[in-house]
Design a binder for this molecule. Structure first.
Ligand SMILES: [Zn+2]
Length: 201
């Protein structure tokens, strides 16, 4: 069961709804991404047309397919396109984002996003086993809320797989006595690259 957009009445995909807060006593308005973007671009007087990117499947380097849906939302004069892996309609696994100027051609941003997806799915940081190991001494992934620990400890998503903090600890123990480095990055760190490209035109 899904909610419907209060403007166009179309069903809203679980990850695409935008809830506009109402003033006191008003429950607010639920909009689909397209209606929200259209409202935003009119009020900001932006030259922006909502792009509909069809779902795609990307094959990883182990030959497994990953299904992605796209979400495009305006944040002021910035547009953010997310690629979200879905399993049976539920968002789960890989996530990628790209940010750019709202008046830039969305296809240019999409190409950057798609290349990023291909690059990441083209490598594996963990061995492909029920109890994986770190394949080559370095790991990249995403930090998520883990309801099992009520957010006390993170859940990681590496290679599109959910990895508990406990499991990460188990994997690290095969490096007992080694040193390690830990860096964290904003998921939108791609924006600098996109802006550098668009500055040239
Ligand atoms: Zn709508």
């Amino acid at each position: 069961m899904s909610d419907c957009c209060q403007n166009c009445n179309k069903a809203i995909r679980s990850h695409d709804g935008v809830h506009l807060m109402g003033v006191e006593g008003d429950p607010g308005t639920l909009l689909c991404g397209r209606c929200y973007n259209e409202m935003m671009s009119v009020s900001m007087e932006l030259d922006f047309e909502h792009p509909d990117f069809a779902p795609i499947s990307v094959t990883d380097c182990a030959g497994d397919d990953h299904d992605f849906e796209f979400r495009t939302h305006l944040h002021g004069e910035v547009v953010k396109i997310d690629a979200l892996e879905v399993h049976n309609g539920e968002v789960k696994g890989y996530e990628f984002s790209v940010l750019g100027d709202a008046e830039e051609d969305p296809m240019d941003l999409f190409r950057v996003l798609y290349q990023r997806m291909r690059d990441e799915l083209g490598k594996k940081y963990l061995t492909n086993a029920d109890h994986p190991q770190i394949a080559e001494g370095s790991v990249k992934g995403r930090v998520e809320w883990d309801e099992e620990t009520d957010g006390d400890l993170p859940r990681l998503v590496i290679d599109g797989r959910e990895i508990s903090w406990h499991e990460m600890g188990r994997m690290l123990m095969s490096y007992e006595g080694w040193r390690f480095e830990l860096e964290v990055h904003d998921c939108d760190d791609m924006v600098g690259v996109v802006q550098a490209d668009s500055d040239e035109s």
